[in-house]
Design a protein. Structure first.
Length: 190
C-alpha cells in the first residue's frame, strides 16, 4: 500500500493533485481542506495517502496531514460511507472540528455536508463517537490543540525523526505553529 507521497507538485484541481515522484505521476484525490493547503505548482509537496482498491479500480487519496487521513479511514469503517462521501466529510472542516461534532453527537452539523443525510449523519456519530471522543474532548471545539502539538505533528510529517522532535521544539521560539516549525528546522541544521 502507498502511505505517503513526496515529490514535485505538477498540477492541481479542486479535488485532485498530480505529484511527480522520480518520473512517475501519482494522481491523488484530495479534500477541499488539503487542496487549500497545497503549495504552488512546481514546488515539493508531501501528502499522506490512502489507497482504495476495488474490483474495477484503484484510487489514491491524499491528505495534508495524518489527522485528516486518520479521520478519513475511520469514516470508511462506517456502514454506507464510501471514499467519495468520506472525502467530502473531511473536506468540510478541520479534523478537530469534525471530531468534536462527532464526539458531541452533532448530527445536524454533519447533515449540512452535501451527500450526508440524516441517517448517515446519525450513523457516523453513533459509530465513531467513542473513537474520536478522546481526541476531540466531548463537546469541545477541536481548537484546544496547542501550537506546540500541531508543530510536533507538522515536523513528523516533514520527516523529522520522532525521537528528535521534542528536543527541537524545546529549543524553538515562536507563538504560532509556523514559527515553531521554522525555528525547529533551523535548530536541526545547527
Amino acid at each position: 500500500m502507498i502511505a505517503r507521497i513526496r515529490g514535485n507538485l505538477v498540477g492541481t484541481g479542486l479535488d485532485h493533485a498530480l505529484v511527480d515522484c522520480a518520473g512517475v505521476g501519482y494522481l491523488l484525490t484530495v479534500s477541499a481542506q488539503t487542496a487549500s493547503k497545497l503549495p504552488t505548482v512546481g514546488q515539493d509537496v508531501v501528502l499522506h495517502a490512502h489507497m482504495v482498491v476495488r474490483d474495477d479500480s484503484m484510487s489514491l487519496y491524499g491528505f495534508a496531514d495524518e489527522d485528516e487521513r486518520s479521520l478519513f479511514q475511520m469514516l470508511l469503517g462506517v456502514s454506507s460511507v464510501g471514499p467519495k462521501l468520506a472525502i467530502a466529510v473531511v473536506g468540510s472542516a478541520e479534523p478537530g472540528h469534525l471530531r468534536a461534532a462527532i464526539a458531541g453527537g452533532d448530527a445536524a452539523r454533519l447533515q449540512a455536508i452535501p451527500g450526508v443525510g440524516k441517517r448517515t449523519a446519525e450513523r457516523i456519530c453513533l459509530d465513531l463517537r467513542d473513537a474520536v471522543g478522546g481526541a476531540a474532548g466531548l463537546g469541545g471545539t477541536g481548537a484546544e490543540e496547542s501550537p506546540r502539538a500541531l508543530a510536533r505533528d507538522g515536523l513528523l510529517a516533514l520527516g523529522v525523526e520522532e525521537r528528535s522532535v521534542d528536543g527541537l521544539l524545546d529549543r524553538s521560539e515562536g507563538d504560532t505553529v509556523e514559527e515553531l516549525i521554522q525555528s525547529a528546522l533551523r535548530a536541526s541544521r545547527a
